[in-house]
Design a protein around this ligand. Structure first.
Ligand SMILES: *Cc1c(COP(=O)(O)O)cnc(C)c1O
Length: 355
C-alpha cells in the first residue's frame, strides 16, 4: 500500500532526497564519513553549508544585502528574537492576527514591546484597508500562512518605510516571493524545508546590530551573521538535508514550477470540497492556503470513522489540530499530486457510503 503523509509538521520530504541521503549515509562523497559525524568547521561540511546557502539564494533570488542564517530554536524562538533585535530604540510594534501562530508571536512580543494588533480576523486575511498601522512602529509582523487555520496571504503587504517581518514557516519555498519587500523572513524547517531542528532567517543587513540590553549572544542576529551561523555547532545534519531539498527544488524547475504544482494540487481538493455538501471548508476563498487545507464533515460524529478509513488506505495524519478539530490535509511541496488524488477519491467514496 502506498502511504501519503498529510502531517502538518514535521512533514513529508521528497523521496528522491531521502534516497540520496540513504545512499550517502555512511560515506559522504568518498570522505569515509557520514555527514552527521563531520566537524562543522571541516572542509567537507563547510562545502555542504556553502552550497546550501548558494542554492537557497538562487531559489529565492535573495539580494546581496540580505543575510541568510541557519539557526536553531524553531520559529518559536524567532517570536522573541525578532523584537529583541528589531526594536532598535523603539517600543511600539504592529502585529496582524490571523490565527494561532499570530497569537503566539504576539504574546511573546508583548514581553519586549508594546504590541498594537493592527488587524485581526479568523478564516480570512483582513484586507489592507482594515489595518490600523502605527507609523512609529519598529516593524509590522504577520504570519504568511496560518498552518492551523489554513489562512494564507496571497499578496505582500505594503508597509511603506516600516520594515515588514513575516513568519513563513509553512509556505516558504512554495512559490516565488520578492525578498526585497521584507526586512526579515523566518521559518522553522520542518514544514517545507527539511527536518526539525533547523530555523531559517533571512534578514536585511541594515536591520541588525542593535539588540535589547540582556539579549543572549545566541539570539543576536549580528553575531550569528558574522559567524556565518557557526557561533556554536549548527544543526549539521538538518542543514545537509535542507541543502538536498534546495537542490531538488532547483532541479524540478525552481519556485515558479513549484507554485504551479501546488496550485493544481490545492485546486483539486478545494473544488471537490466546494462541490460537496458532505464536507465544508471554513476559509474564505481569497484567503485559502495552498499548503494546509482544513475541512470538516457536516456530521462530526463520523470524524472517527473517516479517519480510521483514511488510515486503512495509507492516508495518514488527517486529523485537525487539537485546538480546532475536524480534518486538515497538509499538502506541502513534497506531497505528490497522486496523494491529493487518492485523498479526494477516498473522500468521495466515504461521502457516497455515508450520505
Ligand atoms: C510550526 C509553526 C511555528 C512553530 O514552529 P517551531 O519550529 O515548532 O517553533 C510557528 N509558526 C508557524 C506559522 C508554524 O507553522
Amino acid at each position: 500500500m502506498h502511504v501519503y503523509n498529510f502531517s502538518a509538521g514535521p512533514a513529508v520530504l521528497p523521496k528522491a532526497v531521502l534516497a540520496q541521503a540513504r545512499d550517502e549515509m555512511l560515506d559522504w562523497h568518498g570522505s569515509g564519513m557520514s555527514v552527521m559525524e563531520m566537524s562543522h568547521r571541516g572542509k567537507e561540511f563547510q562545502e555542504i553549508a556553502h552550497q546550501a546557502e548558494a542554492d537557497l539564494r538562487e531559489l529565492l533570488a535573495i539580494p546581496d544585502n540580505y543575510k541568510v542564517l541557519f539557526l536553531q530554536g524553531g520559529a518559536s524562538s524567532q517570536f522573541a528574537m525578532v523584537p529583541m533585535n528589531l526594536l532598535r530604540g523603539k517600543s511600539q510594534v504592529d502585529y496582524i492576527n490571523t490565527g494561532i501562530w499570530s497569537e503566539k508571536a504576539i504574546e511573546e512580543a508583548q514581553r519586549y514591546a508594546t504590541v498594537n494588533v493592527a488587524a485581526s480576523a479568523r478564516n480570512r486575511v483582513p484586507p489592507k484597508v482594515e489595518w490600523e498601522l502605527d507609523a512609529e512602529a519598529a516593524y509590522v509582523h504577520y504570519v504568511a500562512n496560518e498552518t492551523v487555520g489554513g489562512v494564507e496571504f496571497h499578496w505582500t503587504p505594503d508597509t511603506g518605510k516600516v520594515p515588514l517581518v513575516a513568519d513563513m514557516s509553512s509556505n516558504i519555498l512554495s512559490k516565488p516571493i520578492d525578498v526585497s519587500r521584507y526586512g526579515l523572513i523566518y521559518a522553522g524547517a520542518q514544514k517545507n524545508i527539511g527536518p526539525a531542528g533547523l530555523t531559517l532567517v533571512i534578514v536585511r543587513e541594515d536591520m541588525i546590530g542593535e539588540t535589547l540590553p540582556g539579549t543572549p549572544t545566541m539570539f543576536d542576529y549580528r553575531i550569528q551573521a558574522e559567524q556565518h551561523s557557526m557561533y556554536n555547532t549548527p544543526p549539521t545534519y538538518a542543514l545537509y538535508i535542507a541543502g538536498l531539498v534546495f537542490r531538488h527544488l532547483k532541479n524540478e524547475g525552481g519556485l515558479s514550477a513549484a507554485a504551479e504544482r501546488n496550485r493544481v494540487k490545492a485546486d483539486l481538493l478545494y473544488s471537490y470540497l466546494d462541490a460537496s455538501d458532505f464536507y465544508l471548508c471554513p476559509v474564505a476563498r481569497d484567503s485559502r492556503s495552498r499548503m494546509n487545507i482544513p475541512f470538516t464533515l457536516h456530521n462530526s460524529r463520523l470524524d472517527e470513522e473517516f479517519l480510521c478509513g483514511a488510515d486503512d488506505r495509507g492516508l495518514l495524519q488527517l486529523k485537525g489540530h487539537r485546538l480546532v478539530g475536524g480534518m486538515r490535509a497538509s499538502i506541502y511541496n513534497a506531497m505528490p499530486l497522486a496523494g491529493v488524488q487518492a485523498l479526494v477519491a477516498y473522500m468521495q467514496e466515504f461521502a457516497e457510503r455515508r450520505s
